[in-house]
Design a protein around this ligand. Sequence first.
Ligand SMILES: NC(=O)C1=CN([C@@H]2O[C@H](COP(=O)(O)OP(=O)(O)OC[C@H]3O[C@@H](n4cnc5c(N)ncnc54)[C@H](OP(=O)(O)O)[C@@H]3O)[C@@H](O)[C@H]2O)C=CC1
Ligand SMILES: Nc1nc2c(ncn2[C@@H]2O[C@H](COP(=O)(O)O)[C@@H](O)[C@H]2O)c(=O)[nH]1
Length: 487
Amino acid sequence: MRFLNQNQPTHDLTYSDVFMVPSRSSVASRLDVDLTSTDGLGTPLPLVVANMTAISGRRMAETIARRGGIAIIPQDIPTDIVGEAIDKVKRSHTVFDTPIMVTPNTTLGEAMSLLPKRAHGAVLVVDGDRKNGPLKPLGVVTPSDAIDEDRFAQAHEVMSDFVTVSPTASPREIFDELAANHQELAVAVEDGHLVGVMTRRGALRSALYQPAVDADGRLKIGTAVGINGDVAGKTEALLRHGADVLVVDTAHGHQEKMIEALAVVRRVRDEVARKVRIVAGNVVTADGVKDLAEAGADVLKVGVGPGAMCTTRMQTGVGRPQFSAVLECAETAQQLDRSVWADGGVRYPRDVALALAAGAGSVMIGSWFAGTHESTGDLKVDARGRQYKESFGMASARAVKMRTRDQSGFDRARAGLFEEGISSSRMYLDPDRPGVEDLVDFIVSGVRSSCTYAGARSLPEFRDLATVGIQSVSGYEEGRPLSASWS
Ligand SMILES: NC(=O)C1=CN([C@@H]2O[C@H](COP(=O)(O)OP(=O)(O)OC[C@H]3O[C@@H](n4cnc5c(N)ncnc54)[C@H](OP(=O)(O)O)[C@@H]3O)[C@@H](O)[C@H]2O)C=CC1
Ligand SMILES: Nc1nc2c(ncn2[C@@H]2O[C@H](COP(=O)(O)O)[C@@H](O)[C@H]2O)c(=O)[nH]1
């Protein structure tokens, strides 16, 4: 990356402070751009879902991995539950989605309450015990099946037929089959047993994206470890459960306790002999990168204070504008043969592109993904009828209370005084992009386009070729679209 007109910045910059200019390009199509991450994880997309309790669970992990990214399960979740989440993700199909399933006797009211958990807009009625053995799909229930029906009607009484496809059908064949039948959801069945579902849009996505898979061809998932408590025991358990990356995470990553924790995580990883990448943070300086790299981190997580749930900068005055933090840390990491994740502050596709131009190997997103069907929270509706999910920061009093649940009442109450995050915020679902895959489409189309503007076919090329300028507030404002006339 270079600065336009050789203008070296005289102060640190946020994503909003910068822009990129186009360069002469030989890349004819945005589809010619390879967005494989450069952090050593090799995920087909450079996108990571932040380890935040309100956001990252197994539905999120499965969905994002199917499209090429990876989710990190937070450190506050009990290890056995994390193990179950890993197991479920690993057993998920890499191409077909997991449907919401109910038994034939489930009430319509209950079936409809489950609908927002996934973006398919349908609930599948199945026969069989989903814990033991194959399931037989019987029908689907959609909101239109529910119109004028009693909430206590049973699913088998209101369900409608579905389009059946073979698991070996191509996305194009499935799309065409659905279009010919004026249907939205296909059910993949093999020997009468359920394999998964695919919507028309899912068929398009399957043709555009590659799943992020491990050496055995199963979907990837990462987990976080804190620096307190039984770091060795937790690390070993997570590795044995099958975690594909370990994120050693704390607010102030450049502290000696982190360096000690990293040594433990690295030792256990080598003993268990699973060569997963170790990510550690958060840091924002070259010195932080050097110390954590020396302590055993493969990837450095960069960002103090840019997060949407974050009160650190207002509480402490500590942090650093994120574009400059990523740029400096990525340069140092590259010299040490390491990589960085740009963590926090991403609100638009442009921010992802700018983080990658600054040298990030992948970009971590939290709050933006909170307002989606796949985040962990329950869907709520405000007084104006807008759908939202509740989100909260991992250093908020709410999260601290959960994290310290094994401590005494006194210690918990004292820890709660040191909050540096928002305990409750509303993340509204965008009616045009209510699913995390809709946001992935939005981000990926933007980033592919950024790459072709720079003349880059891959992320290493993008980092080399991007030309970045510094803009005023009015420069940024000029780029914002208007939803109404200006006079
Ligand atoms: N990226 C960011 O800007 C931030 C991210 N977070 C996120 O919140 C989550 C919780 O992190 P965290 O609060 O570190 O909780 P942890 O449970 O990981 O504990 C942090 C440990 O570091 C010690 N510590 C020393 N100095 C600090 C400091 N300035 N801030 C916080 N802890 C300090 C704490 O001791 P003691 O409590 O006794 O002081 C405690 O032992 C993580 O997921 C983290 O990524 C939190 C804040 C900022
Ligand atoms: N200072 C705080 N930072 C937090 C808290 N919870 C999470 N985070 C950080 O934010 C990013 C995600 O950023 P976003 O803008 O995409 O939401 C996350 O990975 C953490 O590093 C918090 O309570 N306080």
